[in-house]
Ligand binder design. Structure first.
Ligand SMILES: [Zn+2]
Length: 396
């Protein structure tokens, strides 16, 4: 190495370190015994491989990466039933490959092509036994990125003795994000995660227009947040309300209109149950390893808090439905309930709002219309204001 060019080379590296990697091409080939995945990058990718069970998954963790791939470049085949990729958080991206049966990566290598013109990541995977898969899981080291692999929600009781002063705080949660795209339009590329963020921004602006109210976004860019992280963000900011925004799909394409959900152990109906089940898959899609449920504390105070929170959540849901009546198309029985994990804060009244369905072309058109979004956001802000007036009147 020539000492003179050394500083120049590292300066280039430093400036490139801030720029995301580009994955610009990918291929997958193989059968249900062996499957090869090849991904071409513009620079040498640093990567780590992890395994998670239930279902069997292989995770490839990367630094910040732009995935400039065509939708059918990395379609699941061979050993894999599902492949997703996207941003996890600032500076981190992930590829999640879900397998039908236990698998192991038997070879992984990065090959430099054309004297640094591109770098090819090659992953050879093969069918493994359950024992081998368990051994791989037991052996792996997650220490490099503890924040994405372990989640916990500590239950803290709200401090009843000191009533909260300061503004009325609303957490506005744009559903999905990053590696979890959510639902998508029928024949379009409309992705739920973008629809929810656009709407969340509009809603936060409308809420911030109310007096003495402070709205914040759980995510303000295209990044992944686990469901417990969303709940915890609201609790950390001592939010008075949590509103999660969605626009999912249904198999029945003719069904359209808005729905307001609150949490319950038992779903109000099968539509609500199916939707909650799909929403709760979000962490699995992103390859979150140890999704700890909040510690079950058999404490009558927490029970009471939960019940009180539940009553407030239902009031808010009713207020939103009232605001929408005659203004925004609602599905029949527009207030439904099911076991949504994102609504489980014991002390923050929470609703999940399905604005409409991306499986319905008319709904999709509205969801993409800024004027419609503005109108609906204003109606929700009105509903929050009304809710707040009654909650305060009742000593809440
Ligand atoms: Zn959703």
């Amino acid at each position: 190495m020539d000492g003179k060019i050394q500083p120049a080379a590292s300066a280039t590296e430093a400036s490139q370190a801030e720029k995301p990697l580009l994955a610009y091409d990918a291929r997958i080939a193989g059968d249900d015994a062996r499957t090869r995945v090849v991904i071409d990058f513009d620079r040498r990718p640093e990567y780590t491989i992890h395994y998670i069970a239930n279902p069997f998954r292989v995770l490839i963790d990367l630094p910040a990466t732009n995935f400039g791939l065509e939708p059918d470049d990395l379609v699941a085949r061979g050993l894999f039933s599902d492949i997703r990729y996207g941003t996890m958080a600032a500076g981190r991206a992930r590829i999640v490959m879900t397998a039908k049966r236990p698998v192991s990566v038997v070879l992984s290598d990065v090959k430099e092509e054309g004297e640094g013109a591109s770098y090819r990541l090659i992953l050879d995977t093969a069918l493994a036994t359950e024992e081998q898969f368990s051994a791989l899981m037991a052996k792996q080291d997650w220490q490099s990125e503890p924040s994405t692999t372990q989640e916990s929600v500590a239950i803290m009781l709200p401090d009843a003795a000191s009533p909260k002063s300061g503004p009325f705080v609303v957490a506005v949660d744009a559903g999905h994000g990053g590696i979890d795209n959510g639902a998508h339009g029928v024949d379009t590329k409309t992705e739920e995660k973008h629809v929810t963020l656009d709407f969340a921004r509009e809603l936060a602006a409308a809420l911030n227009g109310l007096s003495d109210t402070e709205a914040f976004l759980t995510r303000d860019k295209d990044e992944f947040l686990s469901l417990p992280q969303r709940v915890q963000l609201a609790r950390n900011r001592k939010a008075n309300l949590f509103i999660s925004i969605h626009a999912d799909t249904l198999r029945q394409k003719n069904i359209r209109g808005a729905t307001v959900y609150t949490i319950s152990d038992k779903a109000s109906d099968s539509l609500a149950a199916n939707l909650a089940e799909r929403e709760n898959l979000s962490d699995e899609i992103a390859g979150i390893a140890f999704d700890r449920e909040p510690a079950e504390v058999a404490d009558i105070l927490i029970d009471l808090t939960r019940r009180e929170t539940q009553a407030f959540s239902i009031n808010l849901a009713k207020s939103v439905v009232d605001s929408f009546e005659g203004q925004v198309l609602l599905i029949n029985n527009p207030h439904r309930h099911a076991g949504f994990r994102v609504l489980q804060a014991p002390d923050v009244p929470s609703i999940l709002l399905e604005l409409g369905f991306l499986s319905n072309k008319d709904d999709e058109k509205l969801l993409l219309d800024p004027a419609w979004r503005k109108k609906v956001a204003a109606l929700i802000a009105q509903a929050v204001d009304r809710y707040r007036a009654t909650a305060t009147a009742n000593g809440g």
